[in-house]
Ligand binder design. Structure first.
Ligand SMILES: O=C(O)CCC(=O)C(=O)O
Ligand SMILES: [Fe+2]
Length: 319
């Protein structure tokens, strides 16, 4: 549960950082171990496919990941916990592990979310894992891809469909590794949630508010240690810094909204994470969660284009 002062801070400023909210042993470590096992399996597959000469079985996770990334193996969609916004195929990878599902349902996380939006909590399917290599290791083509490189300024409302503009979505940015200004932690513009939605341009690899429209003086970096969570409002302007360190920066961004309110991505599946009124409606089995996503993938694989946001690039400010 959050304190009254924390809830007031969130309402006033549009964000709230809570260090060590999660329990490292219960919430974070199982996820790290699940990704270690996943990387191990991927390395075996990539070696069998001839993409890498060695599967580096004895290498620590981060070194192994740099090694495979440098060899051109794409890990980010294999690791991600949502389907991409375009180009979904019948075999598009997605990670739907039990440890990730447990994180989505962490009682420590949900208690804080309940303090912000009440006890009828839906897990919104706009969610990602971002394990970002040091900038010096990133290929030029990946610099602007937000699962690998720097995330541009945006509001989460701008990334979803307008039907969710009135939904009380709360973003929970969970630090798995240390998050510092050096390794690319998030930065927010305090109180920007009161200014309404800003123009977003879809011109580059990612949607973003033109840099000229952000007052850099107002940007506040939010460092966190593992298990720390940054909560923010869907209109809070935020971006990530560049990872200038020699290590990976690892985070999850998860979202929740009151049950029944639009998620902003209606073609993706969410689930009831907590219901005080009807506990029997909560989803508690990670295999059921995985089935929802796999069914969505099958359904979406045959569709050409899916609208995921409201912007077009014709605005002169986007040039
Ligand atoms: O972690 C990042 O780089 C971006 C995260 C983000 O935009 C979000 O959590 O909404
Ligand atoms: Fe965001």
């Amino acid at each position: 549960m959050l304190t009254r002062a924390q809830v007031e801070f969130f309402q006033e400023n549009g964000y709230l950082a809570v260090d060590r909210l999660l329990d490292y042993t219960l919430d974070i470590k199982p996820v790290i171990e699940e990704y270690q096992a996943l990387l191990h399996d991927l390395c075996e597959r990539w070696r069998a496919q001839g993409l890498i000469a060695d599967s580096f079985p004895d290498m620590p996770f981060e070194k192994r990941l740099v090694e495979v990334y440098r060899a051109g193996c794409r890990y980010e969609q294999e690791f991600d916990i949502a389907l991409p916004n375009s180009g979904i195929a019948a075999d598009t990878p997605i990670h739907l592990g039990a440890a990730v599902f447990d994180l989505l349902r962490s009682p420590r996380l949900l208690a804080a979310v309940e303090s912000l939006i009440g006890g009828e909590i839906y897990s919104n399917p706009i969610q990602h894992v971002r394990i970002k290599p040091p900038a010096h290791a990133i290929a030029a083509a990946d610099v602007n891809r937000a699962l690998v490189g720097r995330t541009h300024w945006h509001q989460d409302s701008g990334v979803g469909l307008p039907e969710a503009d009135d939904s009380r979505i709360v973003t929970c940015w969970v630090a798995v590794s240390e998050a510092t200004p050096e390794n690319g932690c998030l930065q927010v513009v305090p109180k920007s949630h009161r200014e309404g939605i800003a123009l977003h341009c879809p011109a580059t690899e990612q949607l973003g508010i033109p840099e000229a429209m952000i007052d850099q003086e107002e940007a506040l970096p939010v460092p966190l240690s593992p298990g720390g969570v940054l909560f923010f409002h869907p209109l809070c302007k935020h971006a990530s810094l560049e990872n200038t360190s020699d290590a990976f920066r690892w985070s999850f961004d998860l979202r929740y909204n009151p049950i029944g309110e639009p998620t902003g991505r209606p073609h993706f599946p969410g689930f009831v994470a907590r219901s005080r009124r009807n506990p029997a409606s909560e989803l508690r089995d990670s295999r059921e969660w995985a089935k929802l996503w796999l069914a969505a993938r099958e359904r979406l694989a045959s569709r050409d284009s899916i609208r995921t946001h409201r912007w077009d690039s014709d605005d002169p400010l986007c040039a």
